[in-house]
Design a protein. Structure first.
Length: 425
């Protein structure tokens, strides 16, 4: 009964257009009233506990690092670097977008930020070279969701904190799946553009390639520093976020000198606004998470899924389908905050590795960023590309199918995640 009250009250409040954070709070109040334990002190206490969490400190620093990179010229140099090496190939600007997506992923961990930065630069270039606008925007959007898979990843931090899973292990486990996504998108791009006619970029000389590499080396070093520091145990994910922010600030101000002191105020404000949204969601979700535990909802869900607990593959396929459906209506962070405390007891009881499940869960949620009606990344790419939602859906669907196939492969073959994790970690 409490499970039904939780689900229908949450869906009902969201249907009224209430923002997710407040919908979580209202759902918590409804559930408390139904259980006869309403107490404002409990709500206030859980709100504070939700925000007062040390690992969550990584989020504002990674968000700040992303803002500093865009303002400091790091993003532009990464694109020029990729352009110098693959821009001359048939469909070269598409491969530039894919390579840049992978490199951007190792910098910010935000799908929306990477999509906006890449789309603003590359979509006009691709259209001017004769590429189909819909397909170009769809490619940029599909590449954008690599960012939350390859470390650093903001959704993985949220999942790790909510589910009590090692964030360092999640980061390391996401490297190979993120690269598999890039390969799948590249193969799909090769297939969809093989018959199209467009202007090919001129081949860069060896000198020009060297200049672009030298210019981008400071940007390319950041993922190496983050991953190397985490693997070597030099710093924690939270400390890695601080290092990333300071490094981006230094490169923008001192090395590239494109970031001016007068811009810092606006950069800090933009980072603070984005951070406040995530932290309010985390605080509100703690209220729901506490009530989910008190109402014994995980055990109710376990009883529903009990026939599948002995078959890990079938259980994961069912959960993947549920998350894909939820992802069409909700953004990544609220979905993780709501479903993680419900699903983790089921996963543990079924004997599934929480890190492995975390990768599938985050990837599944990120695919939801490409599905309407919510589709945050889809909306960003459509806005940057100046096209409608119907048009971008025509361009994104081949890449969306490719990414679902990658999700299915990771589900069928856990070793694709676990074997590389043993080496990286």
């Amino acid at each position: 009964m409490t499970f039904a009250i939780f689900v229908f009250s949450l869906l009902g409040v969201m249907a009224l257009g209430v923002p997710i954070a407040f919908a979580l709070l209202m759902t918590g109040v409804i559930l408390m009233l139904a259980m006869g334990i309403f107490d404002t002190q409990i709500i206030a206490s859980n709100l504070i506990d939700g925000a007062d969490n040390f690992p969550l400190m990584a989020i504002p620093f990674f968000i700040l690092a992303g803002e500093l990179m865009n303002a400091g010229g790091i993003s532009k140099r990464i694109i020029n670097f990729a352009l110098a090496y693959v821009g001359h190939l048939r469909g070269g600007l598409g491969y530039v977008a894919i390579i840049a997506s992978v490199l951007f992923a190792g910098l910010s961990g935000s799908a929306v930020a990477d999509t906006a930065a890449l789309g603003a630069i590359l979509i006009p270039m691709m259209v001017a070279s004769g590429y189909n606008r819909n397909r170009s925007a769809g490619l940029i959007a599909s590449g954008g969701i690599i960012a939350p898979i390859i470390p650093p990843s903001i959704p993985m931090i949220v999942f790790g904190v909510t589910g009590g899973v090692s964030i360092s292990k999640l980061f390391m486990a996401g490297i190979v799946p993120g690269l598999l996504l890039a390969v799948a998108i590249a193969i799909t791009w090769t297939l969809v553009v093989r018959k199209e006619k467009f202007k090919v970029q001129p081949r860069k000389s060896g000198k020009e390639r060297w200049q672009s590499t030298r210019s981008a080396v400071w940007a390319l070093m950041l993922p190496v520093i983050i991953i190397g520091g985490l693997r070597g145990g030099i710093f924690t994910p939270t400390e890695a976020a601080s290092v990333a922010a300071v490094y981006a600030l230094f490169v923008g101000l001192v090395v590239y000198r494109e970031l001016k002191l007068k811009q810092l105020y606006h950069v800090l404000i933009a980072a603070a606004k984005t951070t406040s949204i995530v932290m309010l969601l985390a605080a509100a979700a703690m209220v729901s998470s506490w009530l989910i535990t008190v109402a014994n909802i995980p055990s109710q869900l376990t009883s529903i899924l009990d026939p599948f607990l002995d078959n890990q593959l079938l259980l994961l396929l069912i959960i993947n389908l549920i998350v894909l459906l939820v992802g069409t209506a909700m953004d990544v962070t609220p979905t993780i905050l709501i479903l993680t405390p419900v699903l983790m007891p089921v996963i543990v009881q079924a004997g599934i590795d929480p890190v492995y499940f975390g990768i599938l869960f985050v990837l599944n949620n990120c695919i939801g960023l490409l599905t309407p009606p919510v589709g945050t990344v889809l909306n960003v790419a459509a806005g940057v590309g100046r096209i409608g939602m119907d048009d971008i859906m025509k361009g994104v669907w081949p890449f969306l199918i490719a990414e679902i196939i990658v999700l299915l492969l990771l589900t069928l073959f856990p070793s694709l995640v676990m074997v590389p994790l043993e080496w990286f970690h």
